[in-house]
Write a protein that binds this ligand. Structure first.
Ligand code: BTN
Length: 236
C-alpha cells in the first residue's frame, strides 16, 4: 500500500478524492492526524478528536460487479474487528452494516464512496474512524475507545498496518461468500430485534440474515420479510 500522511486535513475522504483524481494506484491510503470536517454516514459529522485513527483506503478492484460493493464495506469491518480481537483481545463485534461495537458501545465507523464505470466499480474510497486514544465525544455513552477499554494508550500504527495487510489480501482475491460467512460469525445484529431507518422509511423486525449483496433481511411482525440495503440500524 502507498500511504499518504496528513498532519491536518478537512477529511481523509477529500484527500481520497484528490488522490483518485490524480490517478493514484490501487490501494492508496490517506491517513490524517486531525480532521477538521470529519464525516459520518447519513450526513452526520464524525467528531475527530486528537488520538483517533482516521484513514481512507482507495481501491480500484479490477472488474468488480456493483453487486459486490456493499460487501467490500462489510469486509472492511470484518477485517478491522479481527485486528482488534487479535492485537488487543477486545470482543469486537459487527453491527449492520459496518459499525464495530464492543458490548453495546461503538468503537469504529466506516463510510464509503463508490465511483462506477458501467456495471462495474471503478474505484471505492473506504473511510475508517477508529476510537483509539481519543475520548469519543458523544452526548450519550454510546461510544468507547481502545484506551478507554484497556486503560492505557494504544499505538495506532500497528493497528493501521495490520488492517491494511489483511484488507489488501482480501481485496486482491475478493470472495463474496467468504465475506458473508465471516460477517455472520462476528456480528451482533442477527437474531436481534432491530429498527432500521432508511432514507424513506422505518423498518422494524427481527434481523434474520444477510442477502448475497450484504443487505439485511428482516422478518416483520406480520410474517413478511423485507431486505434493507442501506440505513441506520438500532438494536432494541
Ligand atoms: C460512521 O459511523 O458514521 C462512519 C464514520 C467514518 C469516519 C471516518 S474517519 C476517516 C474518514 N474520513 C471521514 O471524514 N470519515 C471517515
Amino acid at each position: 500500500a502507498q500511504i499518504h500522511y496528513f498532519p491536518e486535513t478537512t477529511s481523509t475522504m477529500d484527500e481520497a478524492v484528490n488522490l483518485a483524481r490524480q490517478g493514484c494506484p490501487d490501494f492508496t491510503v490517506a491517513v490524517a492526524e486531525r480532521q477538521t470536517h470529519g464525516r459520518g454516514r447519513m450526513q452526520r459529522t464524525w467528531l475527530s478528536a486528537d488520538g483517533g485513527l482516521f484513514f481512507t483506503v482507495v481501491i480500484k478492484p479490477a472488474a468488480m460487479p456493483l453487486m459486490q460493493a456493499g460487501l467490500v464495506n462489510l469486509a472492511a469491518a470484518i477485517d478491522m474487528a479481527a485486528v482488534m480481537r487479535e492485537i488487543h483481545k477486545v470482543d469486537a463485534r459487527l453491527k449492520w452494516p459496518n459499525d464495530i461495537l464492543v458490548g453495546q458501545q461503538k468503537i469504529c465507523g466506516i463510510l464509503s464512496q463508490m465511483n462506477t464505470e458501467g456495471d462495474h466499480v471503478d474505484h471505492m474510497a473506504i473511510g475508517i474512524g477508529l476510537n483509539v486514544n481519543n475520548a469519543p465525544e458523544t452526548e450519550e455513552a454510546v461510544a468507547i475507545s481502545l484506551k478507554g477499554l484497556l486503560g492505557r494508550p494504544v499505538p495506532r500504527r500497528e493497528i493501521l498496518l495490520a488492517f491494511l495487510e489483511r484488507f489488501e489480501t482480501r481485496i486482491a482475491a475478493f470472495d463474496a461468500e467468504k465475506v458473508i460467512g465471516q460477517w455472520r460469525e462476528s456480528n451482533a445484529t442477527l437474531g436481534q430485534r432491530v429498527c432500521v431507518f432508511t432514507f424513506k422509511e422505518k423498518v422494524e423486525g427481527t434481523a434474520v440474515d444477510l442477502d448475497a449483496q450484504g443487505g439485511l433481511i428482516l422478518q416483520q411482525d406480520d410474517g413478511t420479510r423485507q431486505t434493507v440495503i442501506y440505513g441506520d440500524c438500532f438494536h432494541r
